[in-house]
Ligand binder design. Structure first.
Ligand code: TRP
Length: 353
């Protein structure tokens, strides 16, 4: 029998500046789902900035710091209500790395050997001559899934919205919960990954999946540089979308067109159909880009002001994060206390004060 309430939890690694693909694929659907759960009294939600995951792959302190600020400002600007969702920074909850250590001690090394990200790094090394298989692989990278399990199990999350590449990590969190529960005491809920097949994977400027690593992203609120007007940056990026050389009047196929692909993530079904008709009758690429820009801008312009305000007022951001940390720690301290007792770490006697 499962009487646990739905608890949604997800982490955002603090590297990079959020782009349009992050917005469509994660920020927009996650906020909608969390607020829905809150309003229907159907569960609660924990969202956090995974900065201890950030330092696994990024060794630039300024980038970690800048990215943490931009990601926090972005989620709040896009409507995340910190009264409805517990929004915090992983490193403000010292109980999480403590739990990670405890879980490390009952997690089989062999399980970590099978992690895709670690295996890919080893395979890359093996493909090069004279390279140690573990070259460049830190213990942090190797143990990444255990820290992630601690993030999730600490709060007994039931639903973890993630991208496809993270499914294996959630399965590992289930395994880790299961082996602790079996060895000691059933303290941890086994979480499920939630991968929404309906959430579009946004196409990037060059027609491949939009991704920071391809350098083909459209900025959401500019690139974090205050010198650049974010609306102009959006327009400039949309104008850079790669198209073919068909002349304006020629009928065009809306499928396999990056402009249309992105439009689909923003338009209503009627608007999408109308644009498809326009394509089939003939549309100039300049005009199509203009339509796309206006559509995206219409949705995100209202968020931009709040983003800039928060970016310029880091105190306000910090206060919101501290409020979230206080709430999250209350839950974490209880769970860690139970966990420590279960493994035999507890006071030897009660001392009278
Ligand atoms: N590893 C996740 C990613 O790269 C981020 C993350 C860290 C996370 N801890 C988490 C996601 C816990 C969900 C739950 O996307």
């Amino acid at each position: 029998m499962n009487t646990t309430k739905k608890r949604i939890l997800t982490g955002i690694t603090t590297t990079g500046i959020p782009h349009l693909g992050n917005y469509v694929g994660s920020i927009r659907p996650a906020i909608a789902e969390a607020h829905r759960a809150f309003e229907n009294h159907d569960g609660d939600a924990f969202f956090f900035l995974a900065d201890y995951h950030g330092i696994i792959k990024c060794f630039d302190p300024d980038e970690i710091h800048r990215s943490t600020r931009a990601i926090a400002a972005t989620w709040l600007a896009c409507g995340l209500d910190p009264e409805k969702v517990i929004f915090y920074r992983q490193s403000d909850i010292p109980e999480i790395p403590e739990l990670a250590w405890i879980l490390n001690c009952s997690c089989a090394k062999g399980l970590m050997n099978r992690a895709h990200a670690y295996k890919a790094a080893v395979d890359m090394n093996l493909s090069k001559e004279d390279t140690d298989p573990d070259y460049g692989i830190s213990m942090g990278l190797f143990g990444y899934p255990v820290l992630m399990a601690a993030d999730i199990l600490m709060f007994n999350a039931t639903h973890v919205p993630v991208g496809k590449d993270q499914i294996q990590h959630i399965e590992m969190a289930r395994d880790i919960a299961g082996s602790f529960n079996f060895k000691y005491k059933p303290l941890f809920v086994e979480p499920f990954a939630v991968v929404d097949e309906n959430t579009p994977l946004l196409t990037g400027l060059d027609g491949r999946k939009m991704s920071k690593s391809y350098g083909n992203t459209i900025p959401l609120f500019g690139d974090g540089n205050p010198q650049i007007d974010p609306e102009k940056a959006l327009k400039k990026a949309v104008m850079q979308i790669v198209t073919n050389s068909q002349p304006p009047e020629e009928p065009k196929d809306p499928e396999h067109c990056t402009i249309f692909e992105i439009y689909k993530a923003f338009g209503t079904p009627e608007e999408i159909e109308a644009l498809a008709t326009h394509y089939r009758r003939g549309i100039g690429w300049g005009e199509a880009k203009e339509i796309l820009f206006n559509k995206i801008n219409h949705e995100i312009a209202p968020y931009r002001e709040r983003y800039l305000h928060l970016m310029n007022n880091p105190k306000e951001l910090e206060e919101i994060l501290q409020m979230g940390a206080t709430k999250a720690r209350r839950v974490a301290q209880k769970q860690l206390d139970k966990t420590r007792r279960a493994i035999g770490i507890k006071p030897l006697a009660k001392l009278k004060s």
